[in-house]
Structure formats: structure tokens, C-alpha cells
Design a protein around this ligand. Structure first.
Ligand SMILES: [Zn+2]
Ligand SMILES: [Zn+2]
Length: 111
């Protein structure tokens, strides 16, 4: 497993520790409204303040869903192309309350 799939003590980019909010220019922090990278979110809304959990957003979900690619010398990494496709197809949705991506089928099953 590469580092991004494991829980880390400090954020990969802004280096805050677990329980602390990521810094404004952090490229790991997701927008809490869309679930996509906050740094590149162009929406005119409050992106919320992401608190670092130790898990890399999307990487954790890639690991759970088994969407991994094997990178030589690095090991398995999240398959973000697969993830992007799943977002477009509506297979996964951002759960604002849980602050994570969920599979649409799973979500329906819980209702
Ligand atoms: Zn951060
Ligand atoms: Zn946003």
C-alpha cells in the first residue's frame, strides 16, 4: 500500500495533524459542499472548513471500493480516473453529513 492509502499523522500537503483544520491553500482538503478538491472549487459558496482526519479524501474511498491501480515502485494507488467516471455516471455521491463519498446503491440500501 502506498502512503496515500494509509492513515497519516499529518496532512500530505499542509501538514496539519489529525483534528486540525487544513490550511486554505491545501490541495488535499475537499470542498465540503461538492466533495471535490477545495483548492480548485470555483463555486461561489462557503466551501466549509475541512478538518484533517488522517485519511486522504477519495483515496480512502478508492481503497474501500477496490478502485486501485498498481504503480511500479510505489504500489497500489487510488484509481482517480475510475473515480471521476463514477462521479460522472452518478455511481458515487458526496455525503455532506458524513463528509465522504458513498456508492449510490449503498446509500439507497440504508434508507
Ligand atoms: Zn491539508
Ligand atoms: Zn466549494
Amino acid at each position: 500500500m502506498s502512503d496515500e492509502l494509509e492513515q497519516a499523522d499529518a496532512c500530505w500537503d499542509c501538514e496539519v495533524t489529525i483534528g486540525q483544520p487544513c490550511l486554505d491553500d491545501c490541495d488535499v482538503a475537499p470542498c465540503l459542499v461538492t466533495g471535490l478538491q477545495r483548492f480548485s472549487c470555483m463555486e461561489d459558496h462557503d466551501h466549509g472548513q475541512y478538518v484533517f482526519t488522517g485519511w486522504r479524501p477519495m483515496a480512502r474511498e478508492c481503497r474501500e471500493f477496490g478502485w486501485l491501480i498498481d504503480v511500479p515502485t510505489v504500489g497500489p494507488m487510488g484509481d482517480y480516473n475510475r473515480f471521476g467516471l463514477a462521479i460522472v455516471r452518478g455511481e458515487v455521491q458526496w455525503d455532506r453529513a458524513a463528509q465522504r463519498w458513498v456508492k449510490e446503491a449503498t446509500k439507497r440500501g440504508m434508507l
